[in-house]
Design a protein around this ligand. Sequence first.
Ligand code: NOJ
Length: 522
Amino acid sequence: MRLNRGVVQPWWRDAVVYEIYVRSFADSDGDGVGDLEGVRSHLDHLVDLGVDALWLTPFYPSPMHDHGYDVADYVDIEPVFGDLAAFDRLLSDAHERDLRVIVDLVPNHTSNEHPWFQAALAGGPERQQYVFRPGRDGGPPNNWTSVFGGPAWTLDKDSGEYYLHLFDATQPDLEWRSPAVHEKFRTILRTWLDRGVDGFRIDVAHALYKHPDLADEPAAPVGSMMAADRPAVWDQPEVVGVYEDWRRITDSYTGDRMMVGEVFLLDARKAARYVGPSRLQQAFNFSVAKADWGAQALREVVDRGLALFDPPTWVLSNHDLPRHTTRFGGGETGRRRAVAATALLLALPGSTYLYQGEELGLEDGDVPAEARQDPIALRSGLPGRDGCRTPMPWVAQDVGHGFTTGRPWLPFGADASERAVDVQRRDETAMLATYRQLLVARRTLRPHLGNAVTWLDPAPDVLALRREGGLVCVLNTSERPVEVPCSGDVLVATQAGACVGDGSLTVPPVSTVWLREDPTHA
Ligand code: NOJ
């Protein structure tokens, strides 16, 4: 619990959560793949940065066809990432530093190597826990496609039936109409809660149930879950019941345990329905991650996020999306825009999710076709998501950039030396320093701020808002400096040159300024 404008509220309502893509964060044993011990050795980076929590992508035993989102055992650790003792050390060191830990839960599908699926193939009762169907006209049971490309069905040659997989053929979907699946996941949830985790990020939380008719659907584009809402495939009415059940479990533990759903639905109103006092504590609001650069576009998604989600959540980048530096144009322009947009979101009420490396201003790496590993690239020939998963550069002057002493599983991005952590630590004007200033200011202001947001309309191409409690945030999307009537003290500016004088604030081009208003205006 913590205090906001005199009100006690759970920590997750306004937490800044840092996503760690474990494979690419830090490798402690030289095999080229990041691991839990690597994360533990860099916890101080997160403390210096000032985040409240970290989210670890899946670290469970897995054949790694989807880099851990194909789980072969939900309650153990993949040896490449460490073991349960390493997990416990990481959790305890994180808690000692006041960092909460969220783990990734993958309930829509297992790996085809999971013993449940192996038993299902052998004809055991576990077969009811997956979606097996006879074919139609010599082909799959319906026309559904996998998000990763190709059909969503694979033939089980021994039985002559097909099994459903909305992702890779090695990721068979579970049948959530089977009570045994519910019981198994309740146990999994309790196992991790007993171990002390603070929450769960729930993978494709909207996908668990499929329409019972399994009817054909209009063709769905490949390569992005956000490409289309799929009424027969996603967001069935029964799914929210799973989270009502899990909410009773998380609420039965002390310490404000939480769940955040990855509800990838184009219609944010539908995603917001997954959240509530008896449902998920949060769902990712992906609208900002899809928004174009520009004052109007950003204002619309912020307004929608504030109106629909309680609490609001904000996401600009993650391990499935192009980094926002790249999406906003790349290079110096992309970086200026990216940090300005981040500063806007950090000024808002709600919880913000950061993705490792964005504090360095990393761009997507250009991963050559022969080095690509993402199943999207392998199944569809599209570039896929490897570009945003290139390893973290900790040290500029080192072949493995302090990430590994071995050969990294993916090549580094071209900006690794220039943007490495050690270089930025020595530079007070670096992106890393700006992120730190934003997070320190946010923490300092937190007890004074309320949730009300008022838009000020100072000039075209400028977004300005006042947050209840005296924070004013001004984003200038234009290429010219602008003057905005305001008085107070500049707390943070994402570019040099911001200043206040004679009742007006100068905001440099493509930048955001946070100002602590005179208390008389607050
Ligand atoms: C969403 C995860 O974020 C993504 O990385 C994964 O490929 C799919 N779900 C399937 O689990």
